[in-house]
Ligand binder design. Structure first.
Ligand code: ARG
Length: 432
């Protein structure tokens, strides 16, 4: 490893301890690196505005940061254990290329605000990705709700046959839920959209840093004013972002559960697109819904990371090195969750219903609730109507799913799905 940034002539550096301090941090920094470079550029430009760097020096730094970005993207520069972290690599590169100018980049900043700003920019990008994917899922499910509004489907509670329902209601349920998830992602993004750069180690610095200018240059909507608050937000904002992700992966878990049930021979309601199923290595007759199962499992990575962060942030105020360990769970959970969600729009667009099986699963007793409510509407006290309806074998058998769906007029019910309400909400949330 190159000498750490904090290395002094008298520093004792034990390789084994150094490895422990760094762990896999420098590798994780690969994911944040592009953001660290952008923030470093903004910091250098800010230093130039207050006369700490000359315009030429800032321009040279900007040029070298671009070069580093290109070398990193092409694989010519590898961020690896030669460096303590991505931050050290940036300073090393600038110093190699620019000598003393490079040695000035860290004026007025600490790795404590540097890691915060890089992580924050990364987090905002992930929340944008989350919102965009939720929007796509809502789009597909709403389209299918419209197309299959009148396709009868058994409605279950407790996994027991309950009432006649429709594929339209089922689809619209996911559409509305993923619109909620979209709004949660957006609201979380708005909250975390705050610039911590310029708070240094957690106490500010004795320079008139142009924090507003840096905030605008990096596209943040506000300044994270107080340096201690900036440090307190590390791990906390990540937890908020994971909660937003968990809202979506939690819905996905339940959706995947439905699909894994519906593809069994026992239900037989759904055929998955063939690419989303796999064969068995031993049982030649099998087609397994492995993709759906891993979609369901992806929520566990998110929920686990939330616990890890909550445990980790049991800390006093200010920077503590423990916070380094917040990176791995967040990066991993975001990747898991976003990769899973990204597969969902196409899977849903292409799954096929087996209408015969759907209809066959609707039995006469599932009309009993409709009958009881009809009687109550005609003046019989509901409790009495409820008792009578269950006993009306022939009357129930004479009913069709279509009649039941047509009569379900309560707003949001099968006869009045109010898809236009969801459509308007979606349109209001779609980027213009
Ligand atoms: N890798 C460190 C982290 O993620 C960077 C900040 C180091 N700061 C320090 N004071 N040692 O927290």
């Amino acid at each position: 490893m190159s000498t750490p940034l904090w290395g002094k002539p008298d520093s004792v550096i034990d390789a084994r301890i150094m490895r422990f301090l760094v762990g896999d941090d420098v590798v994780l920094d690969r994911e944040l690196f592009a953001h660290d470079l952008v923030a470093s550029r903004a910091h250098a430009d800010g230093l130039a505005r207050i006369g700490i760097l000359s315009a030429d020096e800032a321009a040279a730094i900007a040029r070298e940061l671009d070069a580093l970005h290109r070398a990193f993207e092409s694989g010519e520069f590898v961020l690896d254990a030669r460096f303590e972290d991505g931050h050290s690599a940036i300073e090393w590169w600038l110093t190699e290329r620019l000598g003393d100018t490079g040695r000035r980049i860290h004026t007025g900043r600490s790795r404590n605000d540097q890691v915060l700003v890089a992580s924050r920019l990364w987090l905002k990008a992930r929340l944008d990705e989350l919102a965009e994917t939720c929007l796509r899922i809502a789009r597909v499910t709403l389209d299918r709700a419209r197309a299959e509004a009148s396709l009868p489907m058994p409605g279950y509670t407790h996994l027991q046959r309950a009432v006649v329902s429709s594929a339209g209601l089922w689809w619209a349920g996911w559409a509305e839920s993923f619109l909620d998830d979209l709004e949660i992602a957006r609201a979380t993004r708005a909250l975390v959209d705050a610039n911590p750069l310029g708070t240094a180690a957690g106490f500010g610095v004795n320079l008139p840093l142009d924090r507003e200018g840096v905030t605008a240059a990096l596209g943040f909507s506000r300044l994270q004013v107080n340096p201690q608050a900036a440090q307190l937000s590390r791990g906390k904002y990540e937890q908020l972002a994971l909660s937003a992700l968990a809202a979506a992966t939690g819905d996905l878990r339940r959706l995947a559960w439905d699909l894994s049930l519906y593809t069994t021979a026992e239900y037989g309601f759904v055929r998955l697109p063939p690419e989303y199923t796999t064969g068995s290595s031993i049982m030649p007759n099998k087609r397994n819904p492995d993709v759906v199962e891993l979609l369901r499992a992806s929520h566990a990575a998110v929920a686990g990371a939330m616990v890890e962060l909550a445990t980790l942030t049991a800390l006093p105020s200010g920077y503590q090195r423990d916070l380094q360990f917040s990176k791995a769970p967040v990066l991993r959970a975001m990747r898991h969750g976003l990769d899973a969600l990204a597969l969902v729009p196409e899977l849903l667009a292409r799954l096929e219903w087996d209408e015969v099986r759907l209809r066959a699963a609707i039995e006469p007793a599932m009309h009993a609730t409709d009958v009881a409510i009809e009687k109550a509407r005609a003046g019989i006290p509901f409790r009495e109507a409820y008792r009578d309806a269950a006993a009306l074998g022939a009357e129930l058998a004479a009913r069709t799913p279509e009649q039941s769906l047509a009569a379900r007029i309560s707003p949001g019910g099968c006869a009045d799905l109010r898809l236009e309400v969801l459509e308007r909400r979606l349109a209001g949330l779609a980027p213009s």
